[in-house]
Ligand binder design. Structure first.
Ligand SMILES: [Zn+2]
Length: 179
């Protein structure tokens, strides 16, 4: 039920009419978002690049860079996969006990990650979106803050339209945050 409602909102603020969506509608959508994104084929289609983990310190992530012309922007989807935490809390991945093994652990390139995502037994997994504006890294709620929007209207619009396109989840429809 929640997921259908989310789809409806996304359809209304979808890519086709993103140009006509009001800043207020985009702000309201992001204000209800928890920051999680289901990583599925859409992420690859949107042009995200996969970056393999660098040791234990930096887990794997997907990243897409953008620019407003004056400011560099990026959306980063962080995995933060931890097999022990997965077993204990089933997060950040949504799957079942079999998901205690990170399906992306052998991936070294975007092509590798695409292969994992397009495999018939892949279950879309939850990753956390972080936003880079210039040199600052922000979470989704900080971008939806009225003060941020007032100061950076063009940046807000580019980020919000990107997050809607990649399917940012509404908190109530999120498998982790919804209950
Ligand atoms: Zn969530």
């Amino acid at each position: 039920m929640g997921a259908e409602e989310n789809m409806d909102i996304v359809a209304r603020i979808g890519r086709s009419d993103a140009g006509t969506s009001s800043t207020g509608a985009l702000a309201a959508h992001l204000a209800r978002a928890c920051g999680h994104v289901l990583v599925d084929a859409r992420v690859i289609r949107q042009g995200y690049r996969f970056h393999a983990e660098l040791g234990d310190e930096i887990p794997a992530f997907f990243n897409r860079r953008m620019s407003t012309g004056s400011t560099n922007l990026a959306v980063t989807l962080q995995a933060g996969f931890d097999p022990d935490a997965e077993i204990a809390a089933r997060g950040p991945f949504t799957g079942h006990s079999a998901w205690a093994v990170d399906p992306f652990s052998d991936c070294r390139s975007t092509a590798d990650a695409r292969e994992v995502i397009e495999a018939h037994d892949y279950h879309a997994s939850l990753w956390l979106a972080r936003i880079t504006v210039g040199m600052q890294m922000l979470d989704v709620h900080e971008v939806a803050d009225p003060l941020f929007i007032a100061r950076h209207p063009n940046e807000f619009r580019a980020i919000a339209e990107e997050l809607v396109s990649v399917g940012i989840l509404q908190a109530h429809a999120c498998p982790v945050c919804g209950d």
